[in-house]
Design a protein around this ligand. Structure first.
Ligand code: PLP
Length: 394
């Protein structure tokens, strides 16, 4: 008799953002006049930039002509986009060929699906707190998760414990939810650990476009030895605003081999079986996002969000509230005042200031007592939120 995958029962029942939305809606129903400011969900709000739109319009027109129409594309993505991505690595001194890049519909599916190509018998190391997809996908697969604790004492940038062995390691930098960013020296410690353990690092660089400090690494492949032990997941979502368009890619270096087989070949085999590629129109848009003009226009949007983060950070600083992030990341991670628990602070903030954020406990138990703000809103809302913070007695 067929039964449900029992690992489903091990998943958290309530999706974090559904719970936030439910509590916010309940409050709104009771207080219909409340002007609620949402600084919770990490979705972008600014529209797609001009140069990307033009490229996509052109691609739509190509689809309407017999000569330029395209059907199924290559599973790994069109050569023009993979070449553009390969070139985008050059400015960080990294040599990644187009044949090491696999285009996808985004980093969520890639970070969840990549485990299918590995035979994981040992530990999967996942930071706590974390982007929940890493945890849920490994729970569903029945893998053994071992948390790496992030805390104020390690600036929310945990390093390996040499006593603990691992098969797979998830690192996300700039981090969701904490906004913390690993230095090159710290990543080198992780790479050396992975090489020693014959483990693989899955490096999630979805927020890489927000890095502004020159010393910080944009890619794990800036680190010596990483090509033998890491794959990197990137996304057009947060920088280019593709959350609704859907495009990302995973970089699997040719040097990365398991049992003598290239990991990239296994990934392509998996993708060609389960995935029919990203639309031509989307890939032309992504290509335009990587052009010089595309980067210039996208940077304007990123700077808009960063100004929001600066305003929020200033307001928290003026109240003496401990927080990190916001500079090389769209997220601010703050400590709840008076040792409050995350969800208690959520309710208090909603009721007293009509502001919605994300309880840190929703990203893992090490997030308890912390709270995340997203800077993806509009200036007016953020200015209003900051002025409410300043008047509030934390
Ligand atoms: N990785 C991290 C750390 C994220 O925070 C998110 C989205 O919030 C994603 C991946 C998903 O990105 P995408 O829209 O490319 O699927």
């Amino acid at each position: 008799m067929i039964e449900i995958n029992k690992n489903f029962n091990k998943l958290e029942k309530n999706y974090l953002f559904a719970q936030i939305s439910k509590r916010t809606q309940e409050y709104k129903t009771k207080n219909p006049k409340a002007n609620i400011i949402k600084l919770g969900i990490g979705d972008v709000t600014l529209p797609i930039c001009d140069v990307v739109l033009k490229a996509m319009h052109k691609a739509v027109d190509e689809m309407g002509s017999e000569k330029t129409f395209r059907g199924y594309g290559p599973y790994e993505g069109y050569e023009f986009l993979r070449q553009a991505i390969s070139s985008s690595y050059v400015k960080y001194g990294i040599d990644i060929g187009a044949n090491e890049i696999y285009v996808s519909d985004g980093a969520k599916s890639d970070t969840a699906n990549i485990i299918e190509i590995f035979d994981i018998t040992g530990n999967v190391l996942i930071p706590n707190p974390t982007y929940p997809v890493y945890v849920d996908s490994n729970i569903l697969a029945g893998n053994n998760i071992c948390y790496i604790e992030a805390s104020e004492s390690n600036n929310f940038l945990p390093l390996p414990n040499n006593e603990v062995k691992a098969d797979l390691i998830y690192l996300c930098s700039p981090n969701n939810p904490t906004g913390a960013v690993y230095s090159k020296e710290q990543l080198k410690i992780w790479v050396d650990y992975a090489l020693r353990n014959k483990a693989i690092i899955l490096f999630d660089a979805a927020y890489e476009p927000f890095i502004e400090d020159e010393s910080l690494p944009h890619s794990i492949f800036e680190i010596e030895g990483a090509k033998e032990c890491a794959v990197e997941s990137c996304s057009f979502s947060k920088g280019a605003g593709f959350t609704g368009i859907r495009c990302g890619y995973i970089t699997i270096p040719n040097e990365l081999k398991l049992n003598g087989i290239k990991a990239g070949d296994m990934w392509l085999r998996r993708q060609s079986m389960k995935f029919n590629g990203v639309s031509y129109i989307t890939q032309r848009g992504a290509e335009a996002a990587l052009s010089e003009e595309g980067r210039r226009q996208i940077l304007k949007n990123i700077n808009y969000y960063k100004e929001n983060a600066r305003i929020l950070s200033e307001a928290l600083k003026s109240k003496g509230i401990w927080h990190i992030g916001g500079k090389n990341s769209p997220y601010i991670w703050m400590k709840c005042p008076s040792k409050m628990k995350s969800w208690d602070f959520f309710d208090s903030l909603l009721e007293t200031l009509n502001i919605v954020g994300t309880p840190g406990a929703g990203f893992g138990n090490s997030g308890e007592g912390y709270f995340r703000f997203s800077s993806f809103g509009n200036h007016e809302d953020v200015l209003e939120a900051a002025s409410r913070f300043k008047k509030f007695n934390f």
